[in-house]
Design a protein around this ligand. Structure first.
Ligand code: MG
Length: 159
């Protein structure tokens, strides 16, 4: 069994939508990032790479790579899923926590879980997404940005 943990944060910028867990959410701001700035997927990629002992997302998808500009982060996740498949482990379950004051996330959880379970080729029941605010404290509380944590568990793949 192997555990992995990931964290990511991005600053809000000018814009009219953000992408979280692969879901496009209309908002009064955008996200400053080289890719689409999907904090859930970035945290999840780092958790998976951590569990595999394969470094971090910046090593695999450097933000100096012009071909990744504005990139759909689900591509990263699907590529990391192929690394999981090549390993002797399989995903047991994952849990993500979004840290955000606004916009409200709860009505998007189902679509996020669906996206993650599709990309990682695991049942919906193995994927959880939840959210919290910071009670107006810090950069999240000032609505300057959004963050996410992810934890994954991999089990030896017997098949
Ligand atoms: Mg990121």
């Amino acid at each position: 069994m192997r555990i992995g943990h990931g964290f990511d944060a991005h600053q809000f910028s000018e814009g009219d939508h953000i992408v979280v867990g692969g879901v496009v959410i209309p908002f009064s701001k955008g996200i400053a990032a080289h890719s689409d700035g999907d904090v859930v997927i970035h945290a999840l990629c780092d958790a998976l790479l951590g569990a595999l002992g394969l470094g971090d997302i910046g090593m695999h998808f450097p933000d100096s790579d012009p071909s990744l500009k504005g990139c759909d982060s689900r591509l990263f996740l699907r590529q990391i899923q192929s690394l999981v498949k090549q390993s002797s482990y399989a995903l047991s379950n994952l849990d993500c926590t979004i840290v955000c004051e606004r916009p409200k996330m709860a009505k998007h959880f189902e679509a996020m879980r669906q996206n993650l379970s599709t990309d990682l080729e695991v049942p919906y029941s193995k994927v959880n997404v939840k959210a919290t605010t910071t009670e107006q404290l810090g950069f999240v509380g000032r609505e300057e940005g959004i963050a996410a944590f992810a934890v994954v568990l991999l089990e030896e793949d017997k098949f």
